[in-house]
Design a protein around this ligand. Structure first.
Ligand SMILES: N[C@@H](CCC(=O)N[C@@H](CS)C(=O)NCC(=O)O)C(=O)O
Length: 431
C-alpha cells in the first residue's frame, strides 16, 4: 500500500493506476508526462503499476475501488476514469508542462476522426490482430494512416494539428506503436512503408522523438518486473508477450491462468488456454442448443448472470426457482419463483453494481442433473463518486437442471457482506 497521501483531498498529486503494457493507459501516461515541467521527474502524479489479473495485490484492490480498467486515478479524493477524459482533465487541471488542447474543437474533432468511423486507427487494427486480417480490414487501417499523413501535411506538421503536439497525437500513437509490432508478428501483415505513407511515417518519427514517448517506450522498469506476470524485459518483446491472447480470443483463459501467477516470469500456456476455451465454447454451444448438462448450464449461469437479463433469462426453465436461503437474515426474499421473479432479481443486481466479476471459479458436476460452483465475486456499487466495494470471496451456487434448462439455483453467500455493502440490516434468524 502506498505510504504517500497522493489522491487525498489535501494533496495536489494524482494517484495514478496504470499498466505499462496497455495502450489506453499509455495515452494517459504520455499526457501526464507532457504536463510535467520535467518529464524525467514527474511531480503531478504518483505512478501505481497495476496487475489487473491478481485481485489480491493491495494496489489492485485500491485500483478496483476506483474503476475496472486502467488508466484510472484519484485526485483530491475524486475518481478519474477512462483514458481520453483523463487526458482532457489533466490538460485542464495541471498548469505545468505543455498544453494538449484536449478541450479545443480541432483537437476533439481530430480525436473523433482517427479513433472512430471511416478513419479509425484503433478498431481496424484490433480487428486485424484478433483474427480478421482481411483485405477490407487492412485497406481500412492503411487508408486511415494515409489520411492521418494527409492531415499532418495539410496542417504543416510535424503533428496532426501542426506544430503543437496535442491530445489527438496522444489518442492515436499507442495503437501505432502496437501496430508496428503486432501486424507482422500476429497477422503476417507488413507495417506500411513506401512513398504513399511518407507523411504518416514522418509523423510517427516526430512523435517518437518526444521525451514523453521515449520514457514510456523504455524497456521494463523494476516496478513492472515486480508486478506483471510476464518475463520479457525488452519493450517490444514484452508487448508481444502480453498480447499473445489476441489472435486466439483467449484473454479470459489467460486471465484465469494469471490470477495467482508470479511476476517477472512466463507461466501462461497458450495450448492449455486454447483447450480450455474450446471446452467452454462447446459447453455454451450445448447450452444454446438445449443439450447442456448441469455443469454446462452452471458455466453459462456464471458467465451470463451480469451480462443482462436478455442473455440470462433464456437459460431458465419456465418454472425455475432461485433460492438464497441465507438472505432471510438480511430481510431479503429467500425464494424467487418463475422466470418473471428471477428476471427481476437479475435486473436489480445488475443495476446495483457499476462493475462486477466472478472469479476463481470451480465447477463440478455432482449428479445427473446437479452441479456445484465454488467461486468468488468482486464488484463496486453504482452509487456516489466511488461506489462501495462488494467482495464475496466464498460463494457457492448449487444448480439443478431439467431438459437442458436451469430449474433451480441455490445461492449460498455471506449475508453480512451484502449487508455491509448495500446497507441491509442483519435480522435475527426466523426459525
Ligand atoms: N475505455 C477504456 C479502456 C481501457 C482498457 O480497456 N484497459 C484494459 C487494459 S488495456 C484494462 O484495464 N483491462 C482490465 C481487465 O482486463 O481486467 C479507456 O479508454 O481507458
Amino acid at each position: 500500500m502506498s505510504k504517500s497521501n497522493a489522491g487525498s483531498p489535501d494533496s495536489d498529486v494524482l494517484k495514478l493506476f496504470t499498466t505499462d503494457n496497455c495502450p489506453f493507459a499509455h495515452r494517459f501516461w504520455i499526457a501526464a508526462l507532457e504536463k510535467e515541467d520535467d518529464p524525467k521527474n514527474p511531480k503531478n502524479f504518483e505512478h501505481n503499476e497495476v496487475n489487473y489479473f491478481n485481485y489480491d495485490l493491495p494496489t489492485t484492490r485500491d485500483f478496483l475501488a476506483v474503476h475496472n480498467t486502467v488508466p484510472a486515478g484519484v485526485w483530491k479524493g475524486k475518481p478519474q476514469r477512462e483514458s481520453m477524459p483523463m487526458v482532457a482533465w489533466a490538460d485542464e487541471t495541471f498548469k505545468t508542462g505543455n498544453k494538449l488542447r484536449a478541450s479545443e474543437e480541432p483537437t476533439k474533432a481530430a480525436i473523433a476522426k482517427f479513433t472512430s468511423g471511416e478513419f479509425d486507427t484503433v478498431g481496424a487494427l484490433f480487428k486485424i490482430i484478433m483474427g480478421q486480417p482481411t483485405d477490407e480490414n487492412k485497406a481500412k487501417l492503411f487508408a486511415a494512416y494515409q489520411e492521418l499523413g494527409r492531415t499532418v501535411k495539410a496542417s504543416g506538421g510535424p503533428y496532426i494539428l501542426g506544430k503543437d503536439f496535442t491530445a489527438a497525437d496522444i489518442a492515436v500513437y499507442p495503437f501505432v506503436e502496437r501496430a508496428k509490432l503486432y501486424l507482422p508478428h500476429f497477422s503476417k501483415v507488413d507495417f506500411p512503408s513506401g512513398a504513399e505513407y511518407a507523411d504518416f511515417l514522418a509523423w510517427v518519427s516526430a512523435v517518437e522523438a518526444r521525451p514523453s514517448i521515449s520514457i514510456t517506450r523504455a524497456d521494463r522498469l523494476p516496478r513492472s518486473m515486480e508486478t506483471h506476470p510476464f518475463a520479457e524485459q525488452k519493450r517490444d518483446a514484452y508487448l508481444i508477450e502480453c498480447a499473445e491472447y489476441m489472435p486466439y480470443g483467449v484473454k479470459e483463459n489467460f486471465r484465469k491462468q494469471l490470477r495467482f501467477a508470479p511476476p517477472g516470469k512466463k507461466t501462461k500456456d497458450l495450448a492449455k488456454a486454447q483447450e480450455q476455451k474450446k471446452q467452454e465454447d462447446d459447453a455454451i454451444a450445448r447450452v444454446d442448443s438445449g443439450k447442456g448438462s448441469a455443469a454446462d448450464l452452471l458455466y453459462a449461469h456464471v458467465s451470463r448472470l451480469y451480462a443482462g437479463a436478455d442473455k440470462y433469462i433464456p437459460l431458465l426453465a419456465d418454472d425455475a426457482v432461485w433460492e438464497a436461503p441465507f438472505e432471510g437474515s438480511i430481510g431479503r426474499p429467500t425464494v424467487h419463483k418463475g422466470k418473471a421473479d428471477v428476471s427481476e432479481l437479475v435486473q436489480h443486481r445488475k443495476k446495483a453494481l457499476a462493475d462486477f466479476r466472478f472469479h476463481t471459479v470451480r465447477i463440478s458436476q455432482i449428479g445427473d442433473n446437479e452441479a456445484v460452483a465454488q467461486l468468488s465475486a468482486l464488484g463496486r456499487t453504482s452509487e456516489g463518486d466511488f461506489g462501495k466495494v462488494y467482495d464475496q470471496p466464498d460463494l457457492v451456487f448449487f444448480l439443478t437442471s431439467k431438459d437442458g434448462k436451469i430449474s433451480k439455483v441455490r445461492e449460498f453467500n455471506d449475508p453480512a457482506r451484502l449487508a455491509e455493502t448495500f446497507g441491509y440490516k442483519i435480522e435475527a434468524a426466523k426459525h
